[in-house]
Ligand binder design. Structure first.
Ligand code: GLU
Length: 158
């Protein structure tokens, strides 16, 4: 079962996310990743680092979190159901424009249908997961409505 951690506050997020993920290791996983927002500006970059295998690989890739600065982030340990365990399929997933990052636990039963709907609208997918469709769909409806809350309701409805 996957593990999910989130942090927003006054401390650097990445080391806290990694510590949180280490406490969830007992649940089992095949890969791990974090997404951290660089700052609080509306156009702030979200940096994502992912690694297949043990959390140790992610700690090494991020210099124990030091190479991913920012005060707000999410982390995930994945247990693959859709798409092989690799860096690309690891979470977090991000919308095409880099604005919405997401981690997910479980299975999106109708993801193929949703993926096809978005692909017909020109959205490009990078992973084989069911989860990525949620990030892309959120972005799609956010652009349509201008409200992240409305977009969230629309995604949940589907
Ligand atoms: N179905 C998702 C995937 O394969 C989430 C798996 C999980 O819960 O870790 O990426």
């Amino acid at each position: 079962m996957c593990g999910i951690v989130g942090y927003i506050g006054k401390e650097q997020a990445a080391p806290i996310l990694l510590e949180g993920l280490s406490r969830l290791e007992y649940r089992g996983y095949d890969s791990a990743g974090i997404a951290v927002r660089e700052n609080s500006a509306p156009d702030a970059k979200i940096n994502i680092v992912k690694a297949k295998g043990r959390l140790k690989a992610l700690l090494e890739k991020t210099d124990c979190g030091r190479s991913v600065p920012g005060l707000c982030g999410i982390g995930h340990t994945r247990w693959a159901t859709h798409g092989e365990p690799n860096d690309t399929n690891s979470h977090p997933h991000i919308s095409e424009d880099g604005k919405i990052a997401l981690v997910h636990n479980g299975i999106i039963e109708n993801y193929m249908e949703l993926r096809q709907y978005l692909q017909e609208k020109g959205v490009h997918f990078t992973s084989e997961t069911d989860s990525e469709v949620v990030a892309q769909l959120l972005d799609h409806f956010y652009k349509e409505t201008g409200s992240i809350l409305d977009a969230l309701y629309m995604v949940l409805h589907r």
